[in-house]
Design a protein around this ligand. Structure first.
Ligand code: PLP
Length: 453
């Protein structure tokens, strides 16, 4: 047998065949994305040729890290957000739920702590607290449909570490009072801005007033990328901790491989990274946000300026009539019978209105958060409710525990507002509300049947 010689020493190379590089993503993947537009048969070819040119046969890098030039869609989106929100640090995530969990972890919420959350919010705001191993304490909302600052203060205990305030339906919380209370009791304020991106409070962007802002980009939000989230920070340390947790502590600091610079910087985390596909859509969406909110506010103002509401119905309490992001106009009626009749009457006028029937299961109403009320957990040990580090008294959860919230929800009606309404539509919506309110409240006063149908 011929003696083998190392290639390095002049012998024959062992591996001589080279498989042709196959790009990871090609036109097939792109066409699947294009299908989202539900193209008409026949138009695919045209779209294909245009996109093929744009795609240039290259395989895009669909991961936020390791781009040759350090650039990425996700980073670009974060930088756009920092510019728009006027904050030094922004972190893109895969949802608002994960953003809330990362925010809680970042501020040090964990075993033994309590976090206050309003009784009216999507279940995710409360569930994030349990996932972060803390006890959720449910507080009433007031007539503004946002957390009642008085009840927030009443619910503070030595175990309270943070409060999640939620700008529900684009309506701003009473941030001045909330921040004063939080300062007095040394609490962190996490703003859940899932439903209020681009909204303001006394001229300041929602999500930039508390310690951390958490936004959602899921399909139903003001701007969207299918799924996705944004976190906004003023404080570098909170950003660093959230960044660590959101990326299984993958250590993306100035130097990825450096040891922790101070205790609390590196710890085990999750993977809440935004994908490059989401970020590409989000980059386009964030640029549209100022225009959307400006038009919403303009149309809201046009409608409100034409309202003549009788006794029996009023606008919701407003923590900043110039603020929020105004895709709904909220009306608070004197009683439940009026609100039910008003919704039906408005619908017949061609005006879409929604009410909270508190007898219907709705994940936005604490009464239906059985997972929390019954202290359900993923395993039988019952953490965090059984946590030995917890020295407080677990709240007496019950469907009746927040009667004010149920009352306000039961008497409210929301008329949807679109950023593309014409002056005529705004006028007609105001006319319709005025007509329905006048007739129904008059009948109510005279004890007549509200609707003759
Ligand atoms: C107030 C509020 N918080 C949190 C979330 C959770 O957002 P995501 O779907 O991005 O996790 C939502 C979603 O509907 C929400 O409305």
């Amino acid at each position: 047998m011929q003696k083998e010689k190392l290639a390095i020493e002049g012998g024959a190379k062992t591996k001589t065949s080279e498989t042709e590089y196959v790009p990871k993503y090609g036109i097939e993947e792109l066409m699947e994305l294009v299908k989202l537009w539900e193209l008409k048969p026949g138009s695919e070819e045209k779209v294909k040729s245009v996109l093929l040119e744009a795609w240039s046969g290259k395989s895009p890098h669909l991961f936020r890290y390791y781009h040759p030039d350090g650039d990425s869609m996700t980073r670009r989106f974060e930088l756009e957000c920092s510019k728009f929100f006027g904050v030094p640090y922004t972190l893109a995530t895969n949802s608002c739920t994960s953003a809330l969990i990362a925010a809680l972890v970042a501020v040090g919420v964990g075993p033994g702590t309590e976090v206050i959350v309003p009784a009216h919010t999507f279940f995710a705001s409360a569930s994030a607290i349990v996932v972060a191993k803390a006890i959720p304490v449910i507080a009433e909302i007031d007539e503004s449909h946002t957390i009642d600052p008085k009840d927030f203060e009443r619910k503070i205990t030595p175990q309270t570490k943070a409060v999640i305030v939620v700008h529900m339906k684009g309506l701003p919380c009473d941030m001045d009072t909330i921040m004063d209370i939080a300062k007095k009791h040394n609490l962190y304020v996490i703003e859940d801005v899932a439903q209020a991106a681009g909204g303001t409070y006394k001229g300041r962007k929602l999500g930039t007033i508390g310690n951390i802002g958490c936004f959602s980009l899921d399909h139903y939000k003001v701007i969207a990328s299918g799924e996705g989230g944004i976190m906004t920070f003023k404080d570098e340390w909170l950003y660093t901790r959230a960044q660590s947790y959101h990326d299984t502590a993958a250590c993306w600091r100035p130097n990825r491989y450096e040891r922790e610079r101070k205790p609390g910087e590196l710890f085990a985390g999750e993977n809440y990274r935004m994908s490059e596909l989401q970020a590409a859509v989000a980059c386009a969406q964030i640029k549209k946000l100022p225009g959307i909110v400006e038009n919403l506010k303009k149309n809201y103002k046009k409608i409100v300026s034409k309202l003549e509401l009788p006794k029996g119905v009023k606008l919701l309490k407003d923590n900043d009539p110039e603020g929020g992001c105004r895709y709904v106009l909220g009306l608070l009626w004197n009683d439940r019978e009026l609100v039910v009749a008003a919704r039906k009457a408005l619908e017949a006028e061609g005006i879409w209105g929604s009410t909270h029937d508190t007898a219907v299961r709705d994940w936005h109403v604490y009464k239906y958060w059985e997972h929390i009320l019954d202290k359900k957990t993923a395993t039988n040990e019952g953490c965090p409710y059984t946590c030995p580090y917890y020295k407080g008294k677990i709240p007496d959860y019950s469907p009746e525990m927040c009667p004010n919230t149920l009352d306000y929800l039961g008497r409210s009606l929301f008329v949807g507002i679109s950023p593309v309404y014409t002056d005529l539509e705004c006028q007609q919506i105001a006319d319709g509300i005025n007509k329905v309110a006048r007739i129904l409240c008059e009948r109510k006063e005279k004890n007549l049947p509200l609707l003759n149908v």
